[in-house]
Design a protein around this ligand. Structure first.
Ligand SMILES: Cc1cc2nc3c(=O)[nH]c(=O)nc-3n(C[C@H](O)[C@H](O)[C@H](O)COP(=O)(O)OP(=O)(O)OC[C@H]3O[C@@H](n4cnc5c(N)ncnc54)[C@H](O)[C@@H]3O)c2cc1C
Length: 534
């Protein structure tokens, strides 16, 4: 009996994994692992990428979604005259510009307002954010502007105005982290990498003390097998120490995890095109209130946490973020306004002298063990490409200059692509914009999968065709893969995601040739996930 495209693709990938000897075996399919796979494949290396859950299901789908140099790190760099922090900012600003070239349809420019309540604070942020813009050089996304009280309130009318002096408007980038993650994997595969999700590395294989591969388990019931590789890269993010102790049982931990919670509130809480940065909370953090995919994203917190697959959003963290929204904006928001919430675990590099996780630098480290295991920990989404180039350069003896190509859907994309999509595929502007921003030049192929243009929910632009695309072209294997990371609906609005579950499960069942029982299990699993933690 002929098997579906998605099923045969996965079978072929698993058979390739078992049968070949790779130059690199990358363990962990978050931003770091996917970035390394892409960079290595672009340099002509044979690369395997193994992810035990879904690509981007860890920290990499749970970020603030900013492509940024890090305003807060710049402040620390200047206050402490810290060269490492300063380097982190300048490097990230250069990578911010590269990100826009790599994924122009996923990255967008975002204006962010910092409200000020004293004249000295106004001057401080004005100078600081101008310096931030200056450092970005030709990669500047827009001139920083100092606004008086009237102009500030005109821009963000919902801002509380008691004692408001004005605001400082600066620019950063914003992107869809989970889609970027999966597109990096798809791009790597399009240039020769072999990638599989639901494949867990459970052991390391050594010969005469040298690593020669990994023991892998197909978590969809295919048993265990060996993947041979000349070099094994540990890109397990918060779980990197687990692989390090498989290699050297007495290895001292290098990761310290901290949880960062985000909430999604309804649209209209912050303006459509302008975010708000609360530069200093009572406990010395920053909180962002940002427009994101038509809703409002608020984050984040920073609390020590233990690595776990499903980090929980605590009531205290939710209350903390809501309190800051109410303190700065005249909107009456409470727990019932939270459409979705999640926690992400920062894989921070340990520094025994740091008292709080917020004090740990967001730089990365690359370590090579005696057996040859290369572990990469830390860094930011923004700098994934730089990290990947450094790792691939280090293991192949080549230059650490990134060569990875633009992601699939980027070549030939322009600001006018959406209009062409509207007229060429007869799509209403809302749907055309959504497809254009999610798939770039591949949007037309997505729309062509269902000429009827069935929507998952009448009031939203998400199409049933996207579910088929996710399974056929983007490695989705479950309802939650689709709803959380290919289409973001679970991250945007859990009640809405719940309504989509039966239809998504039915299409998934068709595409993966699932039995009616398996489809029902998918429905149950997705409902359970949406009721607890995504
Ligand atoms: C709250 C928060 C906000 C952030 N905001 C931003 C931001 O706005 N901008 C920015 O640039 N950066 C941001 N970051 C940082 C950025 O998200 C992370 O640095 C980055 O995503 C880390 O990616 P990673 O690949 O190291 O980890 P992960 O994404 O966690 O990937 C590791 C992967 O390894 C897999 N894995 C683990 N063990 C195994 C095994 N044995 N076999 C196979 N696979 C395995 C896991 O399932 C996981 O998918 C933020 C981070 C947090 C937590």
């Amino acid at each position: 009996m002929p098997v579906s495209l998605a099923v045969s693709k996965r079978r072929r990938a698993l058979s390739d994994l078992e049968g070949r000897v790779f130059d690199l075996v990358v363990v962990g399919g978050g931003s770091v692992g996917a970035g390394i796979a892409c960079e290595a494949a672009a340099r002509g290396l044979d690369v395997a990428l193994l992810e035990r859950r879904d690509f981007g299901s860890g920290t990499s789908s749970r970020s603030t979604k900013l492509i940024h140099g890090g305003v807060r790190y710049l402040e620390k760099a200047v206050m402490r005259l810290d060269r490492a922090e300063f380097h982190l900012v300048t490097e990230a600003l250069a990578e911010r510009a590269a990100f826009f070239r790599t994924a122009p349809f996923l990255a967008k420019r975002l204006a962010v307002l910092t409200p000020t309540y004293t004249r000295s604070a106004h001057l401080y942020y004005s100078l600081g954010l101008r310096f931030y813009d200056l450092l970005s050089g030709r990669g500047s996304l827009g001139r920083t502007r100092s606004l008086d009280r009237t102009a500030t309130l005109a821009l963000v009318p919902q801002l509380r105005d008691e004692e408001l002096v004005g605001g400082v408007l600066y620019h950063d980038g914003q992107f869809d982290d989970a889609r970027m993650n999966v597109l990096l994997v798809c791009t790597a595969v399009s240039i020769g990498a072999v990638a599989a999700n639901r494949v867990e590395v459970t052991g390391l294989v050594k010969e005469k003390g040298r690593l020669v591969g990994v023991e892998a388990e197909d978590r969809l019931g295919g048993g265990t097998f060996m993947v041979r590789g000349k070099t094994v890269i540990n890109a397990c993010g918060p779980f990197s120490d687990v692989l390090r102790t498989l290699d050297e049982p007495d290895a001292s931990p290098i990761v310290r995890t901290s949880s960062g919670v985000h909430l999604v509130l309804d649209r209209g809480i912050c303006p459509r095109d302008t975010g708000i940065l609360i530069p200093k909370t009572e406990d010395g953090r920053v909180v962002f209130i940002l427009p994101w995919m038509g809703r409002t994203l608020v984050g984040t917190t920073d609390e020590p946490a233990v690595p776990t697959d499903n980090p929980v959003v605590g009531n205290a963290e939710e209350a903390y973020l809501l309190r800051y929204v109410r303190q700065y904006l005249s909107v009456a928001v409470g727990p019932s306004d939270v459409r979705s919430a999640w926690s992400g675990l920062r894989p921070l590099v340990r520094n025994p002298r740091a008292r709080r996780t917020a004090e740990l630098a967001r730089t990365h480290v690359i370590l090579r063990s005696r057996s040859g295991l290369v572990s990469v920990v830390g860094g930011k989404w923004t700098t994934y490409r730089r990290i990947a180039a450094e790792v691939v350069g280090a293991v192949s003896g080549a230059r650490p200059k990134a060569v990875s190509p633009p992601v699939l859907g980027a070549r030939g994309w322009s600001e006018q692509s959406m209009e062409r999509l509207e007229t060429g595929c007869h799509l209403v502007p809302e749907v055309a914009a959504h497809l254009d921003q999610s798939y770039g030049t591949r949007a037309e192929a997505v729309a062509a999968l269902d000429v009827g243009g069935e929507r998952l929910v009448p009031s939203e632009p998400f199409l049933a065709a996207e579910v088929r695309w996710a399974v056929r072209e983007e490695f989705a294997l479950s309802v939650m893969d689709v709803l959380s990371r290919r289409m973001r609906i679970a991250f945007l609005d859990r009640p809405l995601a719940r309504r989509c579950v039966p239809r998504v499960a039915a299409i998934l069942g068709e595409e993966l040739e699932l039995s009616p029982e398996a489809v029902q299990n998918e429905v149950n699993d997705a409902r359970r996930a949406l009721d607890s933690n995504i």
